[in-house]
Design a binder for this molecule. Structure first.
Ligand code: G
Ligand code: G
Ligand code: NA
Length: 253
């Protein structure tokens, strides 16, 4: 309850900021985009990890205003990078299924991007496979709406849920993110066969496929060999402050 009250105050005061973890293209290892990850700068306590407050925010519904802040901040940052004469890269934002409960979520996000003059193609929403599957009736039409407008749609923690292959073919998604639990045991293990199968599937459906949680050079080489199109993880880069992410951007042509 104490955490809940502190969170409520923190949301009003906007005591949060975003770090950005780069994503790299397989092979060339060039930065192709970022994932925004929220942090709470709690007065007197320093940085609180999202692992310590996202679950509480989900439980109480506070993830809805917090998630709205994350989207506003992402739009503001993308606009700022454009205005600084940089070529922004797409930013992926984690979206909770509770945010999709609001049937105007997709339209609200598109309006926000328009207000900030940010092209929808610079934003990707990440939703966990399990959340999308559990709340399909509410989530899918909104994903389709975002997709039609050019927003990227990623299935997060892919491989831990149970979406059928038939369904996957019909989903309005652009990217699969392979859960860290499948990358961890590489290169030794039969997990490689699963990763390869997922890559073949993604490729056949025209989807990008990101290996999450790449921590070693052997894992990076292995996921590239198995057919992942993108890599993310501590080997390549930890999440970083916006100012550091900015240094990875090229000047606009
Ligand atoms: O940032 P890690 O660095 O510790 O994040 C921990 C967990 O919190 C991850 O599962 C991540 O997806 C989740 N998370 C981070 N930022 C956000 C956010 O803005 N919204 C939601 N819903 N989850 C987030
Ligand atoms: O996919 P999801 O949004 O749940 O994951 C984001 C979380 O993963 C964040 O907490 C981020 O800090 C963490 N993370 C990013 N790269 C790595 C990595 O290489 N190893 C581990 N263990 N965690 C990572
Ligand atoms: Na994510």
């Amino acid at each position: 309850l104490e955490l809940e009250q502190a969170l409520a105050t923190a949301i009003v005061r906007e005591e949060f900021l975003l770090d950005y973890q780069p994503k790299y293209s397989a092979g060339s290892r060039e930065v192709t985009g970022f994932e925004a990850l929220v942090r709470w700068l709690r007065p007197g306590q320093g940085r609180v990890s999202p692992a310590d407050f996202i679950p509480a925010a989900e439980r109480t519904g506070q993830i809805v205003p917090l998630g709205a802040f994350v989207l506003r901040e992402t739009a503001r940052q993308l606009r700022a990078w454009q205005q600084a004469g940089l070529q922004p890269l797409p930013v992926a934002v984690n979206v909770s299924p509770l945010q999709f409960e609001d049937p105007t979520f997709a339209d609200g996000l598109l309006a926000l991007l328009q207000t900030h003059q940010v092209p929808p193609t610079l934003v990707e929403v990440e939703i966990t496979e399990t959340a999308a599957m559990t709340h399909m009736d509410r989530v899918l039409p909104q994903l389709a709406r975002l997709r039609d407008a050019g927003v990227g749609v990623a299935f997060d923690d892919f491989g831990t849920g149970q979406s059928s292959l038939t369904l996957l073919r019909r989903l309005p998604i652009t990217t699969l993110k392979l859960d860290r639990s499948m990358i961890d045991p590489l290169p030794e293990s039969s997990a490689g066969a699963v990763v390869r199968a997922a890559c073949v599937l993604a490729n056949a459906l025209g989807l990008a496929i990101v290996a999450e949680g790449v921590e070693t050079a052997d894992q990076a080489a292995e996921v590239e060999r198995l057919g992942c199109t993108h890599l993310q993880g501590w080997l390549l880069s930890h999440p970083m402050a916006a100012a550091d992410a900015e240094r990875l951007l090229k000047p606009a042509a």
